[in-house]
Design a binder for this molecule. Structure first.
Ligand SMILES: [Ca+2]
Ligand SMILES: [Ca+2]
Length: 353
């Protein structure tokens, strides 16, 4: 075990008792569902099941969307009437909080014309007051997508969506000073030119109404399999949570964003030994950043030629993870280097095919 992982595990052990129900994921959060085909989502990564019934199941293959960062792992599939898994993250009570994901409705099933919601924020670590829920409802033989501020406030709809089509959904809950005045936004297939940049105008928006309180905070994101008349047969993938538009819409190619993982923030740049090592064809590299700055992680071969850029993004202090898939590279020794400001750290790894 390398030093970086050992430090993180020691930190984990000291706080284990407070983490029994919900491990807290730092923002930005990303999950490409890199879990075994057929496994239950609850218990994987940071996902915790909230109730009983049919599980949400991991299914082979990813949903993808043009212009968005390449998908990883698999996807999840749900068909109504089962468990709702949730992820807990850094509590947020001001500004705007985003989620994004890819969705595909494969069959409207018994979905009704009033429909129901299938994903939203929750207000506290145990509370079930929802924020910015995403809805679907039957529309002829197809469906509509909607958003509301809370489940008890009016839904705004975007009509006429297509079965078996992958939609890129970005949602947001916006805290506004004052009572009963927060707002929710939903973008459906936002223009790829905005990915990793700043948000365009939302596709639909919803506001609060008199007599319904705003959320005091946003702490969890959940996927919901409601009754068959409320949830269609649905696939979801590439879930992202963050405080900026850029963090939930990473562009393909241009911006290599690392996955942030839980762990103590270090006082200097750190680079762990990759694992597994030797490897074939992919390996994981963990590094830790002490201050907010542009960070790159690059791979060079024995001759010093750059063969891959894994990370090229401004990162906040924290522990990060990236993967290198060397499917197209020959066996040999490679060097990986993390650079942040004037500091660089390099380690060696072996690809053995
Ligand atoms: Ca995926
Ligand atoms: Ca408010």
């Amino acid at each position: 075990m390398n030093q970086l992982r050992r430090v993180c595990l020691m930190g984990l052990a000291t706080t284990l008792f407070s983490l029994v129900a919900f491990a807290q994921s730092p923002l930005p959060f990303y999950d490409g569902f890199d879990y075994a085909d057929g496994s239950m989502l609850g218990g994987q990564g940071s996902w915790v099941d909230l109730n009983t019934g049919d599980t949400i199941v991991v299914t082979a293959g990813s949903l993808t969307y043009p212009g968005l960062a390449a998908s990883t792992g698999n996807r999840v599939k749900f068909d109504a009437g089962g468990k709702d898994p949730a992820v807990r993250f850094d509590s947020t009570a001001t500004g705007i909080v985003y989620y994004s994901f890819l969705m595909k409705v494969t069959n409207v099933g018994a979905l009704s014309a009033t429909g129901g919601y299938f994903a939203a924020f929750y207000n506290t670590s145990t509370g079930t007051t929802t924020g910015a829920p995403v809805w679907t409802r039957l529309n002829g033989t197809s469906f509509d997508i909607g958003v509301s501020l809370r489940i008890s406030t009016p839904v705004t709809w975007s009509d006429g969506k297509t079965l078996d089509n992958t939609y890129f959904i970005v949602g947001a809950y916006r805290f506004v000073d004052g009572a009963n005045n927060d707002s929710a936004y939903l973008w459906i297939n936002p223009d790829a030119s905005t990915f990793g940049q700043t948000p365009p105008a939302a596709t639909i928006a919803a506001v609060n109404v008199a007599g319904t309180t705003d959320l005091a905070s946003v702490v969890r994101f959940f996927l919901r399999q409601d009754a068959t008349d409320k949830t269609p047969f649905l696939e979801v993938d590439e879930v992202r949570l963050g405080l900026t538009w850029a963090s939930v819409t990473p562009a393909s190619g241009s911006s290599h964003v690392a996955e942030r993982v839980a762990g103590a923030i270090p006082d200097r740049l750190q680079l762990a030994q990759n694992f597994p090592n030797p490897f074939n064809p992919s390996t994981t590299i963990e590094f830790a950043v002490a201050s907010t700055q542009l960070v790159t992680v690059k791979v060079h071969d024995m001759l010093g030629r750059e063969v891959a850029t894994l990370v090229d993004h401004t990162l906040n202090p924290g522990l990060y993870r990236t993967k290198w898939n060397a499917m197209d590279n020959p066996s040999g020794l490679y060097f990986y280097t993390v650079r942040a400001g004037n500091e660089t750290l390099t380690r060696r790894m072996a690809l053995v095919k």
